[in-house]
Design a protein around this ligand. Structure first.
Ligand SMILES: Cc1ncc(COP(=O)(O)O)c(C=O)c1O
Length: 406
């Protein structure tokens, strides 16, 4: 076994000799689609965008798809289309990317943090219900790493309190809850196609919905406020330009053609890791849930219980990286960002809005489970899971090797 790689020992995986799969992946479908668009002379919002919107919506089991420039824009579009207005509270988890919160602020809403379930890292329905006030208008569960949040519970809460349910599905292309795709489970869902994502056009996004009215408002918002039936220079709402290009759609169509097969492979390799890691003391894997019928595994997440190991999670991540396993620490709670901790936030329109009529102090927010997750989680990237099944043994060996030293 030798010493730890960080101390000069031989790494479990010498990535210069045995690299992990490269990401992004592209091939003939992307190349021929792109050439077709180049030669068509039509590079703007046309046939390929429409084809991708329809195919991706169908893949997730939704009726409508409205593409846009990125996942952040898709969330903003979703909030707008769901009628979120100045002073409206929107419940979100703190364990997410900043866009989940910043989209609410940018659409003049007030983000209210509810805690997560530590086992899944997803928004906790019980704490969500506790955070509901007469100002609450929407909930945004995030399907963290591609694991669907408990959508049965969130649907019941949304119905009971007449709230909009917006899925942050920016990690969950292909994920399914009881056979139905994410993004088609609530009122609408937002996806990202940024370069680190499981299907990508460098940047890009889409909103999916079952409801024509939401799709129409989102379309209008993303296309300069134009209406379905109006003239080109007629604008019915204060929209913006969030349009995807034909070139991006050409790439995404190629990416989509591999998504099912890649997702199945990631599920297979993730199962191998689950089996092997559940026997390592001080490692907690995410328990399986039979309601999750497909999982994108944008991230393979496990928790590192530092007290068991006598080293910190951050040190563990460094040691793993040195052994040739690309791992990273998870999110810090969103409310810890200077955006929420410093006085400048009082200048954010929605929080000083007379319509809100309240003051909110994020320095008092504390979500104990999100705090724990922020110092326990370890993420492995989705492209590692695309390696041949037998190569998962390197991940397990590296973790066991480090364990033997502590
Ligand atoms: C959970 C989550 N929501 C939203 C976004 C925003 O997507 P984009 O980067 O495409 O704007 C991301 C991107 O990483 C994300 O991870």
């Amino acid at each position: 076994m030798g010493g730890l790689a960080i101390d000069g020992g031989r790494p479990v995986r010498d990535v210069s000799q045995k690299p992990w799969p490269a990401w992004p992946i592209f091939g003939e479908p992307e190349k021929s689609n792109l050439l077709e668009v180049f030669e068509s002379g039509h590079w703007f919002y046309g046939k390929k965008v429409k084809e991708f919107e329809e195919k991706f919506a169908t893949f997730q089991g939704a009726n409508f798809g409205v593409s846009c420039t990125n996942g952040t824009a898709a969330l903003e579009m979703a909030l707008y289309a769901c009628g979120i207005k100045a002073g409206d509270e929107v419940i979100i988890p703190p364990y997410s990317f900043i866009a989940t919160a910043s989209a609410v602020l940018r659409m003049n809403g007030v983000p209210i943090f509810a805690d997560i379930n530590l086992e899944t890292c997803n928004l906790d329905p019980e704490d969500t219900e506790r955070k509901i006030t007469e100002r609450t208008r929407a909930i945004i569960p995030v399907h963290v790493g591609g694991l669907p949040a408990d959508m049965d519970a969130f649907k019941l809460i949304a119905q009971k309190y007449r709230l909009k349910l917006i899925e942050d599905a920016c990690h969950s292309w292909g994920s399914q809850w009881k056979g139905k795709g994410t993004g088609a489970l609530g009122d609408c869902g937002a996806f990202s196609f940024q370069m680190s994502k499981n299907i990508t056009s460098g940047e890009g996004g889409i909103l999916l919905t079952e409801q024509e009215e939401i799709a129409d408002i989102a379309r209008s918002f993303s296309n300069c406020g134009r209406s379905k039936t109006g003239q080109w220079y007629q604008h019915v709402l204060a929209g913006t330009n969030l349009r995807l290009t034909e070139l991006q759609a050409a790439i995404l169509l190629g990416q989509l053609s591999r998504l099912k097969e890649q997702t199945e492979h990631r599920e297979k390799t993730a199962r191998i890791l689950d089996e092997a890691l559940k026997n390592v003391p001080g490692i907690e894997t995410i328990p399986s849930d039979e309601r999750v019928t497909r999982r994108s595994y944008h991230l393979y997440i496990f928790r590192f219980i530092g007290e068991d190991w006598k080293i910190s999670r951050d040190r563990f991540v460094e040691l793993l990286n040195a052994e040739g396993i690309p791992a990273s620490a998870g999110y810090p709670p969103l409310y810890r960002n200077p955006l929420f901790q410093e006085k400048s936030l009082t200048a954010v329109c929605s929080l000083s809005c007379p319509r809100y009529g309240r003051t909110i102090n994020y320095t008092n927010v504390f979500c104990s489970q999100a705090e724990k997750a922020s110092w326990q989680t370890v993420w492995l990237p989705h492209w590692l899971l695309l390696a041949p099944v037998e190569e998962m043994a390197d991940v397990v060996e590296a973790i066991r090797k480090i364990r033997a030293f502590f």
